[in-house]
Design a protein around this ligand. Structure first.
Ligand code: C2E
Ligand code: CA
Ligand code: CA
Length: 590
């Protein structure tokens, strides 16, 4: 500012040439002035910064989270920052001797445990900086205890989470994902392994009858018994619902596996107390061995699942090894399941008719309507191939409707004394709209209601007997009669026979086997016949295959019969010819 003013005054009296010189000098002087100003500022700044740093350093040394220690060349502490008090509970002067010895270890950039004055153990992390010219070492000590604790808690939480992702919450067994991973690892390691798929035979009923809590305690008990029975095997898991699985070593072939399966079934046999009741469980076990039956976990499990459905179909409480033909049956069932809706709509599921005869003169009194699938490629399929698929896909009502329409249309013009018997599944008997469907079909086909009989199995009555009763009552109002099918094979027969409006009992075909040769079987059937008569019911014996059995039934007083002896289930046309020719009556006469 000062120089500028002087030259401005001088410059005012100068010539034009001098003006240029002046301008040049001014520019140069301007730069010098600026440099001088910057130096002033920098000096002032440096001083302030030094003071600041001093202050900051002081604060850090006293209150900072780090403790600064200087060790001399022989490792003795020559300076300890006052911040050691908040960290260790000791000031620089009253630091115990042992602390000095500990410090030696810190020189190696490490994490050590140090005791606080109040007794706590601290985790201290140290960073060391070696000073030049053998002047010793500066250590920066940081208390990382809280950080380490948080880390430990976090990793505990991670372990728990990981465990939860692998465990079944109810039983504590491994879950499906964990099981599949273990099987996959074993197969990848070229181990010979086997998988047991264990399905509880009566779990659904237990759940429906005893409720959620009781079924949970059954599952826990099963888990415990499984674990006990399979001690020494690699893994026991619960895959979901009542499906359990075991991974086993299988280097010694199938025989030891079969023995283990038998052991397991025996272990699961004793009833489980559930607080209010005891539950009898029983198990069906499917066995698949890898790599023979599958080289991947999912394939092996599927094979075991297929084998398990065969064990279940064999009546449960047993085991089956997977066999390749089972897979074909399964694939076929999958295909049929896909085709089913189209087949019902296209009328491929048709009624076949099996004659019901009066035993004393073998005259035809009616026909049982039995479903057949006239498959365009596979030919005529029996109900066992598709009935369960119909039920499982919720198409029972649709199939029942289309069958009844066809049957009524076919039999409408047959002699009026010829009745039709149709089977009603337990599911349909729970459908309150069933009587309306039947009424509509009777109206539309012109088939008279008193020529129609429904056959229900005892098992249909254990679901909701109240709804069943209502449905049956309304069917009877339409003129229908009701037969109790497969008598002697189900539950609580006497009770239902008294409570529900039956007109007829059909004695199951299992009692026909050996009826002639086995006095025991004979006594049994005699008792059922007497009992039916006492209740004023008609009796039909199913499964009559030979004349001797028919004659024995006649002696026992059974009125009606059905079986291959009189005719197999046949298409409508064949049934019509049979009625008109009355061929069976001729057979009896021969
Ligand atoms: P079911 O009601 O007990 O029918 C009698 C079964 O015994 C029929 O089997 C019949 O063909 C067979 N049978 C008849 N006489 C003899 C004989 O002398 N010896 C032997 N060994 N068997 C004989 P099918 O037609 O295979 O039907 C099996 C079951 O499928 C039926 O047993 C019935 O429970 C069910 N079913 C059939 N059609 C229908 C239907 O339209 N609806 C429902 N819900 N179930 C049906
Ligand atoms: Ca039947
Ligand atoms: Ca039957």
């Amino acid at each position: 500012m000062r120089f500028e003013t002087i030259f401005l005054i001088g410059g005012a009296s100068a010539s034009a040439g001098a003006l240029l010189v002046w301008l040049a000098i001014r520019a140069r002087l301007g730069r010098v002035t600026q440099n001088l100003r910057m130096r002033d500022w920098a000096l002032a700044h440096q001083a302030a910064e030094h003071a600041d740093r001093q202050m900051l350093f002081q604060a850090a040394m006293e209150h900072g989270p780090q403790v600064v220690v200087r060790l001399d060349a022989s490792g003795h502490p020559v300076y300890i920052s006052p911040s050691c008090r908040p960290v260790f509970g000791y000031g620089p002067a009253d630091m115990p001797k042992c602390f000095g010895a500990d410090l030696m270890h810190f020189a190696a950039d490490t994490c050590l445990r140090v005791r606080h004055r109040d007794g706590r153990t601290l985790a201290i992390h140290a960073q060391s900086h070696r000073l030049p010219d053998e002047q010793g070492v500066v250590l920066l000590l940081t208390d990382v205890t809280a950080h380490q604790n948080a880390e430990a808690r976090l990793s505990d939480a991670r372990v728990q989470l990981a465990q939860r992702a692998e465990r079944d919450g109810l039983t504590g067994l491994a879950n499906r994902d964990c099981f599949l991973a273990a099987v996959e690892r074993a197969l990848a390691g070229k181990e010979e392994v086997a998988v047991f798929l264990v399905d509880l035979d009566r779990f659904r009923q237990i759940h429906d009858r005893l409720g959620h809590d009781a079924s949970d305690s059954v599952l826990r008990e099963v888990a415990a018994r499984l674990t006990l029975a399979m001690v020494g095997e690699p893994l026991v898991a619960r895959l979901g619902d009542d499906d359990f699985a075991v991974l086993l070593r299988a280097a010694d072939g199938d025989a030891p596996l079969a023995a283990r399966a038998r052991d397991l079934i025996r272990m699961l046999e004793p009833p489980v107390p559930t607080g209010t009741a005891t539950a009898k469980i029983g198990a069906s076990i499917g066995i698949a061995a890898g790599p023979r039956d599958g080289t991947h976990a999912t394939a092996l499990l599927r094979a075991a699942d297929i084998a398990m459905t065969h064990a279940r179909a064999a009546g449960g409480n047993t085991y089956r090894f997977f066999e390749s033909h089972m897979a074909h049956a399964m694939e076929r069932a999958d295909e049929l399941r896909r085709e089913l809706p189209g087949a019902i709509a296209a009328g491929e599921i048709v009624p076949y008719f099996q004659p019901l005869v009066r035993i004393d003169d073998t005259s035809v009194v009616g026909f049982e309507v039995l479903a057949r699938w006239e498959h365009p490629i596979l030919g005529v399929l029996p109900p066992i191939d598709f009935l369960s698929l119909v039920e499982e896909t919720g198409q029972s009502a649709a199939m029942f409707g289309s069958l009844l329409v066809c049957a009524c249309q076919a039999a409408r013009d047959w002699p009026a004394h010829i009745k039709l018997s149709v089977n009603i599944s337990p599911i349909e008997l729970q459908d309150e709209t069933l009587p309306d469907t039947v009424r509509d079909i009777l109206e539309s086909t012109g088939f008279c209601g008193d020529r129609l009989e429904v056959e229900i199995t005892e098992n249909a009555l254990i679901h909701d007997a109240k709804v069943a009763r209502q449905v049956l009552d309304r069917l009877r109002q339409l003129g229908l009669s009701v037969a109790l099918d497969d008598f002697g094979t189900g539950f609580s027969s006497l009770y239902h026979l008294r409570e529900l409006p039956f007109d007829k009992v059909k004695i199951d075909k299992v009692f026909m086997r050996g009826l002639v040769s086995d006095p025991e079987a004979s006594r049994y059937v005699a008792a059922i016949v007497d009992f039916g008569h006492a209740l004023g019911l008609d009796l039909t014996a199913e499964g009559i295959e030979d004349t001797e059995t028919m004659n024995r039934l006649r002696e026992l007083g059974c009125t009606f019969g059905q079986g291959y002896l009189f005719g197999k289930p046949m298409p409508a046309e064949a049934a019509r010819s049979m009625v008109t020719a009355n061929r069976i009556a001729q057979m009896a006469a021969e």
